[in-house]
Design a protein around this ligand. Structure first.
Ligand code: FMN
Length: 210
């Protein structure tokens, strides 16, 4: 089969939005207005979920002290100290959303323990869909966001007063805001690193069989 020449993504379409999204690590102090934030949160409800259980809850953090605790749980101070981060990429964001898999909602529909009825932990996978929707919606509205998956679960659970019985699992820390303008040389360098490392479609896609 001849390989079709890829078309340029349509300006303003989903393809161009997906290509524009980056994990952004520096935010302006500029706040997110309440209406825009609520639109982003509403957009993220329109994703699929297992049996339409909608088993993802969002903790939306604006409180500086809670943001600081989340940042510490994700080792922001250490990254800054070692020069591996250039800015307070969590504590410096105007809003930090923590999408949480709600295992109790899944179990209310399918029975407990969830492992018996679920081939995979769908409550976490559903939280992943919600996370990406939040991030894409933010970019679509001219903001930026990132997905931070590496953190100390217990510290995050404590910072957010999550139930301690394992029924609510924080999936990610999603800082959100207006992106700090990086120097164009640095932005170009990061863009080309990601482009160079992106797997080629011919290696990723298996037609008909593996
Ligand atoms: C499941 C998952 C976990 C991630 N965890 C982290 C993390 O802990 N820290 C971080 O800086 N970036 C994290 N990232 C962001 C990725 O490193 C980033 O998406 C990847 O390098 C590609 O860059 P891009 O998002 O700018 O295209 C995570 C992304 C995903 C999907």
């Amino acid at each position: 089969m001849r390989r079709a020449k890829p078309k340029d993504p349509q300006e303003g379409g989903l393809g161009s939005l997906l290509r524009r999204r980056r994990n952004v690590y520096g935010f302006l102090a500029r706040p997110i207005d309440r209406g825009t934030l609520e639109e982003i949160l509403d957009d993220s409800a329109h994703v699929p979920s297992a049996g339409f259980t909608q088993d993802c809850d969002l903790v939306v953090v604006r409180d500086a002290a809670v943001k600081k605790e989340l940042a510490e749980a994700a080792r922001e101070p250490e990254y800054l100290k070692r020069g591996q981060a250039k800015s307070r990429f969590i504590s410096g964001a105007p809003v930090v959303v923590v999408p949480c898999g709600n295992r109790s909602l899944f179990e209310a529909r399918y029975g407990a323990p969830a492992e018996k009825s679920a081939r995979l932990p769908w409550w976490l996978i559903d939280a992943g869909f919600v996370s990406l929707a939040l991030i894409l919606s933010a970019f679509e509205k001219g903001l930026a966001a990132s997905f931070i998956g590496g953190f100390d679960d217990d510290r995050v659970a404590k910072a957010l007063s999550l139930p301690r019985d394992g029924s609510v699992v924080p999936l990610a820390i999603v800082p959100m805001g207006y992106a700090r303008k990086e120097g164009s040389a640095r932005r170009q360098k990061e863009k080309s690193i990601v482009a160079a490392r992106r797997r080629d479609r011919k290696d990723v896609v298996h037609w008909d069989r593996w």
